[in-house]
Design a protein around this ligand. Structure first.
Ligand code: KG4
Ligand code: ZN
Length: 343
């Protein structure tokens, strides 16, 4: 039997998404639908997400995306037990669009409303995809976030470390832009790196060896710019070599910082049941391979949700809603939209 069905809405960045997730009596989750519309094409010309454009685009499609999520699940609004939306952190205009939509749906159906922290949704996704038990170490690496979090329970998170400047995805995107590659830069840099020599340019690994599991990327970005200017005009080989050298530095940084995260984890939660990697950057093959190696070496299970659930999506919001609903945690319709909302 079903122990609940939640409609989840996501609109904190440049994806408008809605999904229905159901949990069975044992608590296992099932994705009934996962509708998403990306605005990447609308922002590509600007080399990044333009907040005003994003908010307007969310308004235009949100009703359609919610209707699609219900249709694909073969359900009506009346079949839903609760409505959840990401209430932040993110671009405030977009957050308001999804949040207000969810509140309106909850109001007219008389169903509970649940305000979800977008980061919490990323953090809980491996429990939907891989049934992972608490506690586990989360490495969240996306365009907007870079953090290591001890996930001890629903609502029980200890942020062990985070970036003190740029996010890793942002570093990929800025490197791509400097080298004249299209947005979003991560997949482009990865493609170039496959053809390049990662040892050609000696780039820094900021904070490597530090006990506190924090990240710093701005020095690396600057070093790529300086090396690029030094060999300018850039040949195709130069671009590939710069990408490969940049990616090699990122891999080194991630592994060293994750090791520090595992040590810090011991202090707050003992031994993790898994190392979970989420966020768009987790799609990177070189990063995945290095993390697999780290997992083998430490004997800790590596969990990488499928890319479509690593990047922003509605199912993660619906699932976080289900996790909260079954603990009896719902929210008032006055819950605010938050641009900033640390875990
Ligand atoms: O999680 P996400 O879809 O959106 C948020 O930022 O919340 O992550 C997008 C980021 C972008 O910076 C993009 O360049 C990066 O993830 N990314 C990658 C790869 N695919 C996406 N970075 C490195 N390698 C990739 N293959
Ligand atoms: Zn995200």
């Amino acid at each position: 039997g079903s122990s609940g069905r939640v409609l989840g809405i996501e609109s904190t960045c440049d994806e408008t998404a809605a999904a229905v997730v159901e949990a069975d009596a044992s608590g296992r989750g099932y994705i009934l639908s996962n509708a998403i519309l990306s605005q990447i094409a609308q922002h590509a010309a600007y080399g990044g997400v333009v907040p005003e454009l994003a908010a307007r685009a969310h308004v235009e499609v949100i009703d359609h995306i919610v209707a699609r999520a219900l249709n694909e699940a073969g359900l009506k609004l009346a079949d839903i037990d609760a409505v959840a939306a990401a209430a932040g952190p993110g671009l405030i205009g977009g957050v308001i669009v999804g949040l207000t939509t969810a509140k309106a749906l909850a109001l007219v159906t008389g169903k509970p409303f649940i305000a979800i922290n977008h980061l919490e949704a990323h953090a809980l996704t491996p429990r939907l995809t891989d049934n992972v038990d608490f506690p586990y170490l989360l490495l969240l690496v996306s365009g907007g976030h870079t953090q290591l979090v001890a996930v001890r329970g629903v609502g029980d998170y200890v942020r062990l470390g985070s970036t003190i400047d740029d996010a890793i995805g942002e570093a990929f995107d800025k490197t791509a832009k400097m080298l004249g590659l299209p947005y979003p830069g991560g997949p482009e840099v990865e493609k170039q790196a496959l053809k390049g020599d990662g040892d050609r340019f000696a780039l820094p690994r900021p904070l490597k060896g530090r006990a506190a599991p924090d990240f710093s990327l701005s020095g690396l970005k600057t070093a790529v710019r300086i090396e690029g200017e030094r060999v300018s005009p850039l040949s195709a080989t130069d671009i590939a070599d710069l990408c490969a050298s940049f990616q090699a530095a990122i891999v080194d940084i991630i592994i060293d910082r994750t090791r520090a995260g595992l040590r810090a984890f011991e202090g707050v939660a003992g031994r993790p049941n898994a190392l979970v990697v989420a966020g768009g950057v987790a799609a990177n093959g070189a990063i995945r391979a290095a993390l697999h190696q780290l997992a083998t070496e430490t004997g800790i299970k590596l969990v990488t949700p499928p890319p479509a659930l690593c990047t922003d999506n509605g199912a993660m919001i619906a699932w976080a809603g289900l996790e909260r609903l079954r603990l009896g945690v719902t929210d008032d319709l006055s819950a605010p939209a938050r641009a900033r909302w640390p875990l």
